[in-house]
Design a protein around this ligand. Structure first.
Ligand code: PLP
Length: 452
């Protein structure tokens, strides 16, 4: 790791000059025109144009969670290049039916019918449109730490940020109180709270509705919002309260599904079968494909009532072949089990850090999706945002990529399922080194800078 950092500076400089002139910088976490510029990836490692190696504990944009350039995925893509890349979206094609059948086989009954998209946002948009068409309502609610995409419709139900400067978003969307138990907005404690967050949320929804609620959309574990795990029973109680109002429950499994949390889907740990489920991210093994799966009864009603949804490339044989290959990898390599082992190893290391550094207020997450929340004081829980940013910067410079959420106070680790024990230890050693400087044991100096 961090070997051969000999930057090919003239090449990087040329590329950056072109980027400065031609690349639109509307990125989520970084708006500056600077390196590194990535060029190559394999398994859990990526390289920049200067040849510097990074351990990728962000799995790209979480889409390489099966490993960068997995040979099963690249072989399927190469085969599609020799048969059919693109197809007419109003006719069936072989690869699309194969993929829908495979997905239908791993979804719990009665979830069975699948429609494909190309990104997480478009799958969530389709899910919301299906819920509207099915219920005849239009109002959609989502917890206030959710992330469902940055299209207009999904941004309107993305409450973990990214609203600033966007003016009027589509109406009929509401935030509900998220089950963020470490910082309960209602100052309650689980389980004595008896899901006060849900009770409050639905009282507010009932007061605001025009009488046409359609759905709640939620992640089963909030990733971009800060790796926040709802308490046991929350998802089931949420679904009951939705159904009491004839609302559907849409579970967005785009970050959490397909093995990443140690089970095929996050909702399975809760014994819930949602009405609609969306998957994306590593579903394509590194290329863009997403899916919405629902019951035959819902599909039948909305299609009879004229629901049409298509994107020009959404059922292309190329991306569907990649999707089937990713399911092959998940099943044949037992990715859920790998995820459990990776998660257990990371937790062991992170919990040991928590014993040592007061600054680690919380360790949480499941499987390949694990995080820590940094606080300046365990009692007041003042978020340690500068300190988190300093840890992130130090690790990145040393060749470890992960993301910072909640303005830097949450460190989120999403290593690919290819990650070895040695790679986890190397990554955690770096995090430990960074913490040692920024958060000396029981001696938290506010905003202390890291020594490089
Ligand atoms: C839970 C969740 N839903 C939806 C999305 C949006 O997916 P995309 O960026 O592919 O539109 C993301 C992206 O991070 C996500 O984490």
């Amino acid at each position: 790791m961090a070997s051969a950092p000999k930057a090919n500076s003239s090449r990087e400089a040329d590329l950056l000059a072109n980027a400065a002139q031609f690349s639109f910088r509307a990125r989520m976490d970084k708006k500056t025109n600077e390196g590194p510029i990535f060029e190559r990836g394999s398994g859990s490692v990526v390289w920049d144009v200067g040849g510097k190696e990074y351990l990728d504990f962000n799995s790209g944009q979480m889409c390489a969670a099966l490993g960068h350039n997995h040979p099963t995925i690249t072989a399927a893509i190469k085969a599609a290049c020799d048969t059919m890349l693109h197809a007419h979206s109003s006719h069936y094609n072989v690869k699309e039916i194969e993929l829908a059948s495979r997905l239908g086989a791993i979804m719990p009954r009665p979830l069975q019918k699948t429609l494909f998209g190309e990104s997480g946002a478009d799958a969530n948009e389709m899910a919301m449109m299906i819920a509207r068409k099915y219920t005849g309502g239009f109002e959609i609610a989502s917890p206030h730490i959710s992330f469902h995409g940055l299209s207009d419709a999904t941004r309107a139900v993305t409450f973990s940020g990214w609203h600033a400067g966007h003016g009027h978003l589509p109406g009929g969307t509401y935030a509900i109180v998220a089950p963020y138990c470490y910082r309960c907005p209602l100052n309650q404690t689980f389980p004595s709270c008896k899901f006060a967050c849900l009770k409050t949320s639905f009282e507010l929804l009932d007061a605001q509705t025009t009488g046409r609620p359609a759905a709640v959309i939620t992640e089963p574990l909030f990733s971009a919002g800060g790796v926040i795990e709802p308490p046991p029973g929350w998802l089931k109680a949420l679904q009951e309260m939705c159904h009491q109002r004839n609302m559907l429950l849409i579970v967005d499994e785009e970050q959490t599904g397909l093995g990443k949390l140690g089970q095929m889907f996050g909702f399975q740990a809760e014994g819930v079968v949602p009405d609609i489920v969306t998957v994306a991210k590593h579903f394509g093994g590194g290329v863009g494909i997403s899916a919405v799966t629902t019951t035959a009864a819902i599909e039948d009603k909305v299609v009879r009532e004229g629901y049409a949804a298509t994107h020009s490339h959404a059922n292309d044989p190329l991306i569907c072949a990649a999707g089937t290959a990713s399911l092959d990898v998940i099943e044949k390599e037992n990715v859920p089990e790998k995820a459990r082992k990776i998660g257990a190893h990371m937790r062991l290391r992170l919990e040991a850090f928590q014993q040592r550094y007061e600054m680690i207020g919380d360790v949480r997450g499941r499987g390949q999706l694990t995080g820590i929340e940094l606080v300046r004081d365990r009692q007041t829980k003042e978020p340690a945002t500068d300190e988190g940013k300093a840890v992130g910067k130090f690790c990145f410079q040393q060749g470890l990529i992960f993301s910072l959420r909640r303005d830097g106070s949450v460190l989120r680790f999403v290593p690919p399922s290819t990650t070895t024990d040695d790679q986890i230890d190397a990554a955690m050693d770096l995090v430990g080194k960074a913490l040692e400087t920024v958060a000396p044991k029981r001696n938290m100096t506010r905003g202390s800078a890291l020594k490089q």
